[in-house]
Design a protein around this ligand. Sequence first.
Ligand SMILES: C[S@@+](CC[C@H](N)C(=O)[O-])C[C@H]1O[C@@H](n2cnc3c(N)ncnc32)[C@H](O)[C@@H]1O
Length: 553
Amino acid sequence: MMTEKEYVKKTSLEHRKKYAQFFTPVQISDFMASWVLDGKEGYQSILEPAIGLGVFSRSMLKINHDIRVVGYDIDESIFNYATGNFANSRLNVTINLENYLTSSWSDKYDGIICNPPYLKFHDYDNAKFVPLVNNKLKTHLNGFTNIYTLFLLKSIYQLKDGGRMAYIIPSEFLNSDYGVEVKRALLQSGVLKHIIIVDFTQCAFDDALTTACILLCHKDKRTDCVTFSNIQDVANLSTCFADNTAYNYRELNPEVKWKRYYEETNSSKYNHLIPFSTFAKVSRGIATGANNYFTFKASKIDEYNLPEECFRRCICHSTDVRNQVLTEDDFDEIANEDKTVYLFNGCSDDNNAQVRSYINLGEANGINEKYLTASRNPWYALENREPSPIWVSVFNRNGLRFVRNKANVYNLTTFHCVYNISEIDTDILFAYLVTDLAKEIFLDNSRQYGNGLVKFEPNDLNKGNVVDLRLLTEEEKDFTRRASEKLQYCESVNNQIIRLLDDFFRDRYSSNHVDLPHYVSVLQAIAAIKQSATDKKKITAASKCKQLNIFNL
Ligand SMILES: C[S@@+](CC[C@H](N)C(=O)[O-])C[C@H]1O[C@@H](n2cnc3c(N)ncnc32)[C@H](O)[C@@H]1O
């Protein structure tokens, strides 16, 4: 018997990733099997669309020996092991070495159980399979659809009247753009009964970077409600039916992120929330198309003897920015450490021999024929736009990170840019954005990738909510602007100011009452300490700041 554990030991990660071979823990498999069989005795036809080593069949056979399982797998190696696993058993398991998506659509089953492959659109033949499913089901899934949703919709189609189905899939589709059409199809099918969200800090699949949800379906012709439950621990699966929130089918809107149905949203605690796009527009940082070629350190510029005017000052790595604010001095300090902070941009004097030879070098190495460079004219001229006054980090373990770009330098895609700031002063907007409150509210629009990683696309931020800063009184605006301007030198002082701003905005937008004189006096006290520090010497190193005697607020 080849177990999942042995298989993982024997098989390279590369191979397992290619076929998306992440295995279902037995506790989850037993739970899903008991839903599908529902204590039924007697003959049942069961489909396992992505059988792997057959963990679901093993769970089902513990409950009912009188079932006939038809399984599919596309990988010959796992197929051979799985066939061996069931070869000498008296049980009726037939495994086909075949792509499930091209297998028969007309065979129908009493039960379907599956942990489908998770493959992004570029990792499978989406141009073939998305239209195949759309044609069969008259859906409008877009090309970015992950393969697991194709499995799900085909399986719903193959479920017999009265049949039951259990699927475990990443919960990403519940909150992503490509998931809208999938949720619509799920609701239209009327089979969805329960969604169980498995807490992403306790990933069901240890080595897969995804959050999981279990969908339990029943083709019982009743479309009264869907329940949502969260479980923190797979040991609590059996209690999930007791502790859940039910929504009527009519209440569920496929267009919105379904997180609102199973999580208390941070936004709901605060008043006067409006889209961030009211104040600004977030767009990507500069994409060069070939960072190794376009980015320079001071020493590399010397090496090629290129003139200064060929370069833009640019932050290429988010880790080079150590503070909430990037000043001219900070930039100089980073540049003096010989970090990569310059971008080659050709120059007006293209006849300069050194410049010409660097451009020729790029052409000799095919840099001019890359995807991005080939569409530019000339290929080495970067996007012509201003530096943005605020940046936000894209992929962060500790939530969003906003940076005030006072050095007026450019940034690569490691940060998104906040442009077109209107209706509110940039410093006031920044004072709000650095608070934990802002991050919490944005988090409602985040995409969860599991293991605490959260990725924000520009549009997640544009559509995300912020408090309506226009409602601040002139005195409140003055306070926040001054607090924002004081964010600068020293990490420990900054942290105190940020906590003060956080308390202020929470008070202001949850109760509409705020004791402004208190906040103003605390800010003055923090500023006095910072003043005495800066009087001694301008402090840039966080280590030095730690020596300051900062009092507790
Ligand atoms: C996530 S694993 C699940 C395996 C097993 N059912 C379990 O839960 O532990 C998905 C399985 O589907 C197989 N697979 C990938 N693409 C497939 C396809 N297009 N058709 C059928 N099987 C596929 C993989 O080889 C892998 O064994």
